[in-house]
Design a binder for this molecule. Sequence first.
Ligand code: NDP
Length: 499
Amino acid sequence: MSEPKTAADYRQVASRLKLPSKAFIDGAWRDAVSGRSFENVNPGTGEALGRVAYCDAADIDLAVKAARRAFEDGVWSRRAPDERKAVLLRLADLVRAHAESLAVMESLDSGKTIRDCLNEIGGEVPTFFQWYGELIDKTFGKVAPTGEKTVAMIVKEPVGVVGLVLPWNFPLLMAAWKLAPALAAGCSVVLKPAEQTPLTSLRLAELAIEAGLPAGVLNVVPGFGETAGQAVGRHPDIDSVSFTGSTEVGAYFLKYASESNLKHIGLEMGGKSPFIVLDDADINDTLIGSAINAAFWNGGQNCSANMRQIVDRKVKDVFLDRVIARAKSLVVGDPLDPATDMGAMITAEHRVRVLSYIEAGKSEGAKLLMGGSASVGKTGYFVEPTVFDSLKPSMRIAKEEIFGPVLGVIAVGGLEEALAIAKDTDYGLHATVFTRDIDKAFHLAKRLPCGTVAVNSFTEGNVATPFGGYRRSGSLTRDKGAEALDQYLQNKTIWVSLS
Ligand code: NDP
């Protein structure tokens, strides 16, 4: 068996990487039409990684033209489903084969820990390409129950050219969540990664060509939201957009659609999710591990982060003692070190934003039990794991999405109070419930207005289960599961009259 890898090993891999710097349009690398580029920074060190093409509306237009031509040619959109499947399975294999270099690239680009990057890119990302590849040649249309003299078929067709606008917190995983069903469905794609994390989706586009995806079907166009992102939202020849990011920008996409071609908009947005611990819960390692993960996984930069931890008064003290002991053991620092549990915040500005929420919590009277500042003595954009007690539902840190490593405990006296506080939010993405009582678990699972309820563990489910939000966390569309295909397929009725 080979020795476990060290930070030095991953730095070696990093030194050999060729980082993408151009857009990938119509199967080829291209500079931005304007010739401009922007600096890409490593959040783990604060140093520049390189420069990347600064694409704007002109580049998006080139990408849409290539995507439209590929779609109309039928090189992908009319390929038999089992042939599309073969390409997606090859892509899954290629991602697995290149998982280590992709994971190192992602860690450098995003400040995420190498452990998380390896788990996501070595495991989940290829699973998505495999799963939707396997699903598409088992996806049937329907025949409607009409009379003797007619045959009415309901067939599924790809939507056309889709825009995917992505966040920075799980760069390649979010790309896979959307891209795998979009490609399986036969769509052509214009993908805009977040400006902070363009690298791995650019590399993925190159691997997709190697897997056999025809040129023009997948175009990756790096750039900024207000220029490239807006150009995707407003383009008259994009049929549908699937977006993950903030609720504020999600709302812009609805406006862009209404002011352009009424394209379909699928939205997966922010959250302020509750983690409920009832008085009968076992305060064991699973529960504490879940509480820690729910708040600190990915440095809390997670739309489904459960930072509002609503804990019954009877078990609050033991819960907090154990949470603090575990949080104190978390290693924060070098994202490339496999011993690191929590990497960096995505940018210096984002770290300032997170720290300002922590200050707001203190000034509003929440009790700071640990953490609360930038990790001193480290380069890069680190924030200490932070735990508050005595959170009140009316405080800003209990209402607004922080997107940082902050866990706050709200004490309650029983299930109904827990439910009332959990529901008191504009968001509705996720919730976790810990109880040994099956009736209470189902009572909460059915009453919580959110897209996913996890019982007795913190999880977003797996590839087979749909993920998305109620209320201001999302539209009716879902990522993951067979339901994700609905974003990329449309129904056509073919009514045949027989003589
Ligand atoms: P945004 O919502 O701003 O970014 C998401 C994507 O939208 C990025 O590709 C971004 O481009 C693009 N975008 C930004 N502005 C526009 C615009 N005016 N028109 C079209 N596209 C646009 O998220 P941020 O990265 O700024 O993060 C801010 C907050 O959003 C976080 O602190 C968190 O609260 C929330 N968020 C939620 C996520 C989730 O998973 N639900 C993921 C990321 C953030 P660009 O890269 O240039 O910003």
